[in-house]
Each structure stands twice: as C-alpha cells, then as structure tokens.
Design a protein around this ligand. Structure first.
Ligand code: ZN
Length: 409
C-alpha cells in the first residue's frame, strides 16, 4: 500500500489532492474517535527522527497525528473519511519551515563537528512553544559524543553562519543500497533499506527522514543558545531563522535595561555588575559588623544595668534589631546569666515582634510563657522550651508590666 512521500524530495508542496486507499476508525486508546487514513500520496511528514508530525488537515478535518506503523504512513484524522474518497491535504507550512530551519542548522553544525573533530550526533529533538494557537518558538536540542571548549563552540557557530551566508544547495536523495556503499555519510543508525540522505553541499551528508530546505540561506541564522557537558559528550540548544532573530532582539532589550540600571556602556554591563556585586558584598559585611557592635552594646547594658540584677525575666526593647540579632543577644546572655531574656523588636502598628530564650539552669517553661503571652497580651507565637518567638500587640509599658508581674508571681 506504501504511500508516496512527496516531502521526501520536495518539502515545499503544501497542498495536495489525492485519494484515500484505506480508512477505518482507530482502536488505539490515544487516538479514540480518529480515523486511520492511508492516502496514495502524502505531504504529511510523520513523527520520528526527533520531531513531531506535520500539522494540517485532510478535507478540512484536523489531522491529530501522523505515524509510520509497519512501514505504512498513517494519518490520524479527527473525523470520518472513507476509502476511495478524494482527499485534499493541507499542511501548516509556517511550522514546517521553522522546523526545517533549525533541523538543517543542526545538520550543518553536526557536519562541522564531524569534519573537525570526528564527533557524531547521538541525540536530537525539536520542540515548539505555543501561546494558544500561536507558534511562539521552535528550538532544537542536540547531543554530540565529544567535548570541546567555549572557543571551539564559538568557531563552529561562526562557520555554520558563514555556510548559511554562502547559500549552498540543500537537497535530499534516495540512493539504492548499492549506491549507498560508495557514499560517505553520517548516520545514527544502520539503515539498510529506504535510505534517504540530506546533503548540504560541501558541508554535510546525513541520513535523515525529515523534510529539508532548498538552500542554506533559508536557515537565515543559527544561534547556539546553551551548551554543557552531558553523558561524556555535550548537549547544545539551538534556534534558527526568526527564532534566532527574536532571541537576539530579546537579549538586546534586556541589555538596554541593564545599561540603564547600571548606568553602563553596552559592552561594560557584566564588569559593571560584577563591581556592583563586590561593593554590595563589602557593604553587607560592614552591616553585619555593625549589627555585631550594636548587639555588644545591648549585651553590655544587660550585664551592667543594676535594674537587671537578680531578675528572672529580662525584657529588652531593641527597635533596630532583626531576628538574627535578637537570637544572638539571647544566646550570649543566657550562656552567662541565669535568666529568660525577651527581645522586642520591629515595632510596627503598635505591635512588637519578640524572641525569648532562657538559660538551661532556669527552671521555667517557655511554652507556658508563650501561652501566657497569648492569653494575657493577645500575642501570637510559640516555639520550643529553649526559645519562643512571635508578636505582641502591646506598647512598651504594658509589656514591661507583664514581665514585672511574672517576676513577683
Ligand atoms: Zn535530520
């Protein structure tokens, strides 16, 4: 029954009138309600070789998927079409073109890696990003079985773009088994029958089943977005054509924003940001030192102020503190003084945040204290028997009174 695959040799046929050779309702779970349609000829490239099937319609009915099953090209059509019917095929060429651009760019880059380093392509996948029905972006991920440095990647990318500029011919050929013996081509698998080669004149010959462009110039531009060492080789992410142009425009807009934020020249953003970060770290360190100094002043007061002598409950108001400072002050105090220290800080809307800690020797329950704060002061919070924290919606005077009452209880 073998369908004639028009896209094998001509990827630019976007509509085709043919006839249906076979059709029946699918009994596959994922294609429930679809008809499995085989046509005499087809322009639909099936899923395989790292990319999904073409999108489109047959007789105006959506084609959900196209698969090769037991050597037959099967269209899964979301509606009934009968064997013997005329079939009017139409594909989404915008999607095909963008896939061909990034796919042929991948051939070019793999061909260059192969020529220069003898590396082989060991993985390839094209993906699309949509916003509803709008195709936003097409990108490819490719794996090679060797590792190169940043400069070599840059050079390969430049050479690929040079080859694009040379606008060399791209074409597919279907050599016989005998003819294939004398051709040197890249291949991921040992193909015996139905060998199809995609040739980028002067750059690459590769076994491939996907539709291809007519010339390298149609790729427009290729950009390697990212690369890293992966399974003993490297994984690269590519975009081509308008996807690469859009990516460049996006980066340019971002860079303009960086220039504005850093008051920097276009080429100096990174170094300018780096020196700002160094400055920030220095300031951060200074702030930490100041926090330690402030904590020391409070600590000195706790140990020298006669008011705190022989007190079980000490309460200290430190508006400039944060939680870390409060905990540090508590830890340093209770290590040397038998007491329960409450540090109130972050006074906002007549409410303090607080942390209370106690020395091990002091025989009181902080969990009970948390309950009392909740009951008597409408506070919130809790914790362990070593430290509690939360908030108290009361002013200094009432908080002092509360702890003074505890002292005499
Ligand atoms: Zn390919």
């Amino acid at each position: 029954m073998k369908t004639k695959k028009i896209f094998d040799l001509d990827a630019y046929v976007t509509t085709l009138d043919t006839i249906v050779l076979d059709s029946h309702e699918s009994d596959r779970e994922e294609y429930k309600g679809c008809f499995e349609v085989i046509t005499k000829e087809s322009i639909f490239s099936p899923k395989g070789g790292g990319q999904n099937a073409d999108k489109g319609t047959i007789n105006g009915i959506n084609v959900k998927d196209v698969l090769t099953i037991d050597g037959e090209l099967i269209h899964f059509v979301e509606g009934e079409i009968k064997a013997g019917d005329k079939a009017s095929l139409s594909i989404d060429f915008e999607l095909r073109k963008r896939r061909m651009q990034v796919h042929n760019a991948e051939h070019l880059i793999c061909g260059l890696f192969h020529k220069r380093f003898g590396f082989d392509n060991v993985g390839f996948h094209v993906s699309e990003e949509y916003d509803g029905d709008t195709l936003l972006r097409v990108e490819a991920v490719m794996d090679i079985d060797g590792i190169v440095n940043d400069d070599e990647i840059k050079k390969i990318e430049e050479d690929a773009n040079r080859a694009i500029g040379e606008n060399v011919q791209i074409y597919a050929s279907l050599p016989t088994h005998e003819e294939a013996q004398s051709i040197d081509f890249r291949s991921k698998i040992d193909i015996e029958d139905n060998l199809r080669l995609v040739i980028i004149d002067g750059y690459d010959v590769c076994a491939c089943c996907a539709p291809c462009l007519k010339s390298s110039g149609e790729i427009q531009v290729v950009k390697i977005l990212d690369y890293f060492v992966h399974r003993g080789g490297m994984r690269l992410t590519l975009v081509a054509g308008m996807d690469a142009v859009k990516d460049y425009a996006f980066l340019h807009t971002q860079n303009k924003e960086f220039m504005r934020l850093l008051s920097s020249k276009r080429e100096d953003c990174a170094s300018s940001l780096e020196s700002k970060l160094i400055h920030c770290n220095e300031e951060h360190e200074e702030i930490n030192n100041l926090k330690k100094e402030i904590t020391k002043i409070y600590l000195k007061d706790i140990f020298s102020n006669p008011e705190y002598e022989n007190k079980k409950y000490i309460v200290c108001f430190a508006p400039s503190f944060d939680e870390v400072m409060a905990r540090n002050l508590i830890n340093e105090t209770v290590a040397k003084k038998e007491c329960a220290l409450t540090v109130c800080f972050d006074n906002k809307n007549d409410s303090f945040r607080f942390v209370t800690g106690k020395s091990d020797a002091l025989d009181i329950s902080l969990k009970d204290l948390a309950t009392k704060i909740r009951n008597d002061l409408s506070g919130r919070g809790g914790g362990s028997d070593k430290m509690i924290q939360g908030s108290i919606p009361a002013d200094e005077e009432n908080i002092i009174k509360f702890f003074a009452n505890l002292e005499t209880d």
